[in-house]
Write a protein that binds this ligand. Structure first.
Ligand code: SAM
Length: 510
């Protein structure tokens, strides 16, 4: 962001180039001229260098009508006696408004201003209200960013409810607790915008690019908010930024107004989900950067441009168009589907899904923005009085009902098939079990049969051997009988046998 109060206020009647350089170097705050309107000229015209976007072949959106006041009215420079405002504010902070009124009465003041400041102190009932009313009065007479005016608003903020309400924001709490190290300044109302914009990326492994790094305070804040998974990369024209972040963050050194450099950063570290432009804040820088980088953002990403109030400050007006004019044109683009022909539609209509415009910050959401269509619920004839629409809608609904029924039937069928299948599976399991039981039994029977067969074979062999033996015995017996027959014949033929036979017969007769 641009520096706040602690930095010295640069006043001068510098040429636009000097003021632009001063604007780029945000270590100092810049006010054009000597506080009187009209001493600075806007930096457009023949002396302006050719637009680098055109040189790089980028389609540059033509400027819309400028609404920038080139010489913001500054009625009177504030000319309060030294120390008066600090004393008045101290009295208010201590809640002694009468003392503040006394101080105003005693001071050497323009009569009309005295009345206005007294009215402010008396108008409100709280310290914060009185300080804010005082700031409003001073602002109506001086420049918007006069340190006295800002001091009133700062007191109002820190004595009012807004400051405590912000404490649950880790970004603000961290900022408020910072009491050492390198200086780091922000407009406090940015913290809420940052938290809201970056909430979807907290804890996610997103890639973030910060344009304008300075000492790395912004990158530190982003690390604290997003967590360790986020890949944080910086870009700065000043090599000192790279040195300041060495060992903590990668920082690409180069000019955000140079499209080639921007592309090289995306190639090296991107594509990014979040891009934050807190760089040089000139119109050409902001517009060149967003036109080059937004199309490379991942869908679902955001592009945040900080300090867009520079669109209203002379030193930063180095293009034909302010950044806010550029952003206003995007408001038309986002509605492009409703009034542009196909040929007129561009990348912004197709890829910007939302634009968030805050005081000093603009956020563009990236995503696929498809052509919208209107849908009807309830009775078409009631909504449009258009029977065709209604009949189309009704037939659509009827076909939807049919499809729903078919779907249900298919589901039922699938459910039944599934349960059949389950049964089959269960049955299959039981059959498997039975099969294995049976095969075990068969195996056992086979074994028993084989043993039985072996035994039978042995018996057969034994019987055969016995039969052989018996046959041999019979043969032997036959041979013996034959021999005995022969011997008998021989005996019968002998005289002794015959005599023996006669003697036997005689004995039987006698
Ligand atoms: C306001 S500071 C950034 C502060 C930082 N974002 C933070 O929150 O702490 C602006 C930075 O932008 C850098 N800058 C200025 N012109 C630039 C350019 N053309 N390209 C890149 N960076 C630039 C400056 O060098 C400076 O460091």
């Amino acid at each position: 962001m641009l520096p706040g109060l602690p930095r010295p206020l640069l006043r001068g009647s510098g040429a636009p180039g000097d003021l632009r350089r001063a604007g780029r170097d945000h270590h100092a705050r810049v006010v054009v001229g000597d506080g009187v309107a009209g001493t600075a000229t806007r930096a457009h015209g023949a002396d302006r260098p050719a637009d680098p976007r055109v040189q790089a072949g980028i389609v540059v959106t033509e400027p819309e009508v400028s609404h920038v006041s080139e010489n913001p009215a500054a009625p009177d420079p504030l000319d309060l006696p030294a120390g008066l405002l600090a004393d008045v504010l101290s009295a208010l902070v201590l809640d002694v408004p009468d003392r503040a009124l006394q101080l105003l009465d005693d001071a050497e003041l323009d009569a009309e201003l005295r009345v206005r400041l007294r009215d402010a102190v008396q108008a409100a009932a709280s310290t914060a209200g009185r300080a804010e009313a005082l700031g409003d009065q001073l602002r109506s007479r001086g420049r918007w960013l006069d340190p006295d005016v800002i001091e009133c608003y700062r007191v109002a903020f820190y004595t009012g409810p807004d400051w405590e309400a912000q404490l649950d924001n880790p970004l603000f709490a961290r900022f408020a607790a910072k009491r050492a190290g390198l200086p780091y300044d922000k407009w406090p109302h940015y913290f809420d915008i940052y938290r809201r914009t970056l909430a979807p990326y907290v804890g996610a492994p997103v890639r973030v690019l910060e344009i304008g790094v300075f000492h790395g305070g912004g990158l530190d804040q982003l690390r604290a908010l997003l967590g360790p998974q986020a890949v944080l990369v910086g870009m700065d024209v000043d090599p000192a930024a790279e040195a300041a972040c060495a060992g903590r963050f990668d920082v690409a050194v180069g000019d955000q107004g140079d499209p080639e450099f921007l592309r090289s950063v995306v190639e090296r570290f991107g594509p990014f989900d979040v891009i934050i432009d807190d760089g040089g804040h000139t119109m050409a820088q902001q517009i060149t950067s967003i036109e080059c980088l937004f199309p490379t953002l991942n869908d679902g990403g955001v592009y945040l441009v900080e300090d867009t109030h520079t669109s209203y400050w002379e030193p930063f007006l180095d293009a034909d168009q302010t950044f806010m004019e550029w952003a206003k044109a995007r408001l038309d683009d986002i509605n492009g589907y409703h009034f542009r022909t196909e040929a007129e539609l561009g990348v912004w209509t197709a890829s910007v899904t939302a634009i968030h415009v805050y005081d000093s910050i603009v956020v563009l959401d990236k995503g696929r923005h498809q052509p919208p269509f209107c849908e009807v619920a309830g009775s078409g004839s009631f909504v449009y009085g258009d029977r065709i629409t209604e009949s189309v809608l009704l037939s659509y609904r009827a076909s939807l009902d049919t499809r729903t029924q078919e779907l249900q039937q298919a589901r039922d069928f699938a459910g039944a098939a599934l349960s059949d299948r389950q049964q089959a599976v269960d049955f299959g399991l039981a059959a498997d079990e039975l099969r294995s039981q049976l095969s075990a039994e068969v195996e056992q029977l086979r074994a028993e049969l084989a043993a039985e067969r072996e035994r039978a074979a042995e018996d057969r062999a034994r019987l055969a051997a016995e039969a052989n033996l018996a046959e041999a015995e019979r043969q032997r017996a036959l041979v013996s009988a034959e021999i005995a027959g022969k011997q008998l014949e021989e005996v019968r033929g002998s005289a002794s046998w015959r005599l023996g036979q006669r003697a036997k017969r005689l004995r039987r007769r006698s």
